[in-house]
Write a protein that binds this ligand. Sequence first.
Ligand code: BDR
Ligand code: CA
Length: 302
Amino acid sequence: MKLIIDTDPGIDDALAIAYAALHPDIELLGLTTVFGNVTTAQATRNALYLSELMGLSIPVAAGAVKPMKLPPFAPKTRVHGPEGLGDLPAPSPFAKAHDMTAAQFLCDMAALYPGELVVCPIGPITNIADALKMDPAFAQNVDKIVFMGGALDVRGNVTPYAEANAFHDPHALDAVLSSGANVTMVGLDVTLQVLLNDQDFTDLANKKNGIGVFLKDLGRFYLDFYQSIGLNGCGLHDPMAVIAALYPALFKMETLSIEVKLEGEESGQTCRSQSKERPTCRVSLDCDAHALRSEFFKVFDN
Ligand code: BDR
Ligand code: CA
């Protein structure tokens, strides 16, 4: 599977990138970056660093620095740490970002591999909305867009209504969901069904692939945050979008039209749309948590 991950790394973003880098059936063509857990500049720096750490030599293209319509915001450091990598200091990667913007890179790669490219947005979905605007053929060229975001039948995680990625750019998410592209939503309905705890990070660190030691360092900070909100484990949010792209059968999905609330206290809420004109997408409502957990861990034996 030819894959581009659009990311705001971010601790669970790092887990998703590691999973993709290690999976034998994933050809990671590049990373595109966006604001969210950190600023776009930090996200780009972290993405370059994570690629180097995982021995990847792939383009990293920097994307949007603010939401489509909402004002820019300063990232909160409580969940992913001041630099996005828990309590690790700011990394200094050797490589530089690609000279194309994220949206241009996405359009070019989709045109180069029509019907083959899978895009996994795991931060606010602004770059994908920009790509759809930039190239009318992008929606058809791309095979599928499998995004982490939204919360349909469960409460949000930044407000009672909204999941963080949807909340940070609701206009972009609404544009993607109404574009007619092949879209799959992997939201909190499923991503909080698979929690990683302290023992899981220790197990990762003891796996054959040494990257688990680094991920355990990040995990400590993430687990502390989850503990502070009463959960004994962190959601496997971002990796689950990548796993859903490869193994949709591990999820119970329904074909629905989804719209995003754009104002007021419900801003960022994803809901079923009554409009007949709105295209449908696949929405993950339930999952085989046990199989997903095994699938995630399996790649670290490589
Ligand atoms: C999403 O928000 C971010 O904090 C995570 O990286 C994930 O993409 C979960 O709501
Ligand atoms: Ca993310």
